[in-house]
Write a protein that binds this ligand. Structure first.
Ligand code: BV8
Length: 243
């Protein structure tokens, strides 16, 4: 596949890219949804019904992400290097709510499902950086009200962030990489279809195993992200340097 060195690259990542950093995925045998039900912890209805239970679920994951052992792996680092060294635009859209892409050095980044280290006030909509536990009694630093602070995370049934910007980028990209995602959650799982319908971008899946959307990709590289992603980025950058 010949990619113009000024070509625009859009990358989608999922939980698989953070697996080798020590964070659980969702649908693997030992995944998060094997331990808790989506309906109990990741919907607005669950939060209305059991705010303490939902806060505890995210407090656990937020504390886990603060663990010094959790750090970017070679896949995160390779994607940051691609953004830095590729002559064209590189946009990274992640479904992940961890901060490993930022810590690896990625800047042009959209957290379409929100961020674990942020809290949003349902009373005044202010969004705050937040690394401690969130309680029902936690007060919003902006409006002072308690009872309305929630994780700044997109639950099932809620609209992901920056969907218009993502749609525009998908339509005009020359290369779409899907990394570490099972392709089972929409609208993210539909991005490859959007690229194919635009009729321009070359689509590549880099995943431990074939995803649900495997047949929609032109190219596949299966294996651990920390191996297949750096190898693929090296081949892209070598191709750009030759021109
Ligand atoms: C919405 C944040 C509408 C919370 C998450 C059709 C169209 C639109 C919507 C729907 C639709 N059909 C159904 C829906 C509803 C729903 C949905 O998709 N349901 C599914 C279950 C069928 N979608 C929604 O509700 C979305 N919202 O549609 O809103 C709307 C319209 C108008 C107005 C208002 C609303 C919102 C979805 C977002 C939910 N939030 N996360 C949190 O994190 O707690 S989703 C959750 O799943 C995570 O974000 C996660 O990232 C995402 C996807 O999972 P993956 O990242 O892919 O992880 P998974 O474990 O599944 O797979 C890991 C992969 O990695 C595997 O393939 C594995 O093989 C691989 N892997 C493992 N190890 C490695 C590896 N790869 C490489 N290396 C390794 N070492």
């Amino acid at each position: 596949m010949k990619l113009h060195p000024e070509g625009k690259i859009v990358i989608l990542t999922g939980a698989g890219v953070s697996r080798e950093s020590g964070l659980n995925t969702f649908r693997d045998a030992d995944g998060i949804w094997a331990q808790v039900r989506i309906e109990d912890v990741a919907t607005p209805e669950a939060f209305a019904r059991d705010p303490e239970g939902v806060q505890a679920f995210y407090n656990d994951r937020r504390a886990g992400l603060c663990d010094v052992a959790i750090k970017p792996n070679p896949a995160h680092l390779a994607l940051a290097e691609l953004e830095r060294d590729w002559p064209g635009d590189v946009l990274l859209v992640t479904q992940n709510i961890d901060d490993l892409h930022e810590r690896a050095g990625s800047h042009n980044l959209i957290h379409m499902h929100g961020e674990l280290f942020k809290a949003r006030c349902e009373a005044c909509s202010a969004v705050h950086a937040w690394r401690d536990d969130l309680q029902v009694s936690s007060r919003c630093p902006a409006c002072g009200q308690s009872g309305g602070l929630r994780p700044h995370v997109v639950w099932f049934g809620e609209m992901p962030f920056e969907m218009e910007r993502i749609a525009t980028e998908l339509e005009s990209c020359d290369l779409f990489l899907s990394i570490g995602t099972s392709g089972s959650v929409y609208p993210a799982a539909g991005f490859v279809q959007e690229v194919r319908m635009a009729g321009r971008g070359h689509t590549v899946e880099l995943n431990l195993e074939p995803s649900e959307g495997r047949d929609l990709f032109h190219e596949h590289h299966h294996g651990p992200a920390s191996e297949v992603v750096p190898a693929y980025v090296r081949s892209l950058l070598k191709g750009a340097a030759r021109r």
